[in-house]
Design a protein around this ligand. Structure first.
Ligand code: NAD
Length: 300
């Protein structure tokens, strides 16, 4: 029986770990927030006092952390302690599903390789709904052998598993995708608001645009206008979902990556500025579709 250590039980990690439990796997969990650990323990996971404790005896480690610095400290260690690379058994497969900067993924991958450990960067797409439904897309970077080993466990949490290239490639593909998502969300907010200002019903306008050339994922699955689509963050006070702060991070990663490759990303830069402005007004903890409110009068 495969034992999995799952580190990072936030909006995404908790439902992903829950899906592993539903498949009958043994799951050892750790998060810095004890309440997150207790919630998973109630569903049958083994709660562990530290990341290294969770990884001890696990065949596979999966991490789902906010950003590169968290993944680096988990795998490489920091002032507060040793990293997982120095404590796990030599045949452990390490899968980082966090969205992080390409450099961090490559540094962790190289350090893992130096210790003879298999490491895959496998950021995801599909949001919290996809995490709960077990329909995530995993975008893997790593050696073919490691990605092949990772596939069965990823299939327990997702539907599409892509191999983008060597370690770090998963992050590049994910960063491109999320830059496009940020641009599409900003444009969708702007278009819906323009329609409302000119007397249109946002439900009718959304139906028209979905079936027309402006149709896109945010209109199909994640409408940012409250009341248009049930169940999405916009209809729940912009709670849960994908935080503005995380979108700001991802658009920053796109900028960083573009600087390295001398690529022009004007739309990504504009989207980043819009989301940064929104975050600085105190909305960083809300879902990213709350950008819609920037386009609406304050009185609404
Ligand atoms: P989150 O902030 O809800 O969860 C992160 C969790 O990691 C928190 O519970 C935090 O306590 C924990 N954590 C931080 N450092 C830790 C450490 N050293 N050890 C153990 N636990 C630690 O974030 P999220 O929404 O779950 O996103 C996680 C990752 O997935 C991010 O990289 C994000 O960009 C990416 N992502 C999120 C979504 C989404 O819709 N939320 C979609 C795709 C990808």
């Amino acid at each position: 029986m495969t034992t999995v250590a799952f580190i990072g039980l936030g909006n995404m990690g908790a439902p992903m770990a829950a899906n592993l439990l539903k498949q009958g796997l043994t799951v050892r969990v750790f998060d810095l927030m004890p309440s997150m650990v207790s919630t998973l323990a109630e569903q049958g996971a083994f709660s562990c006092p530290s990341a290294c404790g969770a990884a001890a005896g696990a065949h596979i480690v999966i991490s789902m952390l906010p950003a590169g610095r968290h993944s680096r400290s988990l795998y490489l260690g920091d002032d507060s302690g040793q990293g997982l690379l120095d404590t796990v058994a030599s045949d452990t497969l390490l899968i980082d599903c966090s969205t992080i900067d390409v450099d961090s993924a490559k540094v962790i991958g190289a350090a893992a390789e130096a210790r003879g450990l298999a490491f895959v960067d496998a950021p995801v797409s599909g949001g919290t709904a996809g995490a709960a439904a077990g329909t995530l897309t995993f975008i893997c970077g790593g050696e073919l052998e490691a990605v092949t080993r990772a596939k069965p466990i990823l299939q327990a949490m997702g539907r599409n598993i892509f191999h983008a290239g060597p370690v770090g490639s998963g992050q590049v593909a994910k960063i491109c995708n999320n830059m496009l998502l940020g641009v599409l969300m900003a444009g969708t907010c702007e278009a819906l608001s323009l329609g409302i200002d000119n007397g249109l019903d946002p439900v009718v306008l959304s139906d028209i645009m979905k079936a027309s050339s402006g149709g896109n994922w945010t209109l199909e699955k994640y409408n940012p206008c409250p009341g248009v689509m049930p169940g999405v963050p916009a209809s729940k006070g912009y709670q849960g979902g994908f935080m503005v702060d995380l979108m700001v991070k991802d658009l920053g990663l796109a900028t960083q990556t573009a600087l390295t490759s001398h690529s022009a990303t004007p739309m990504g830069a504009l989207a980043r500025n819009l989301f940064v402005h929104h975050a600085r007004q105190g909305h960083g903890g809300k879902d990213f579709s709350s950008l819609f409110t920037q386009f609406r009068p304050k009185s609404e």
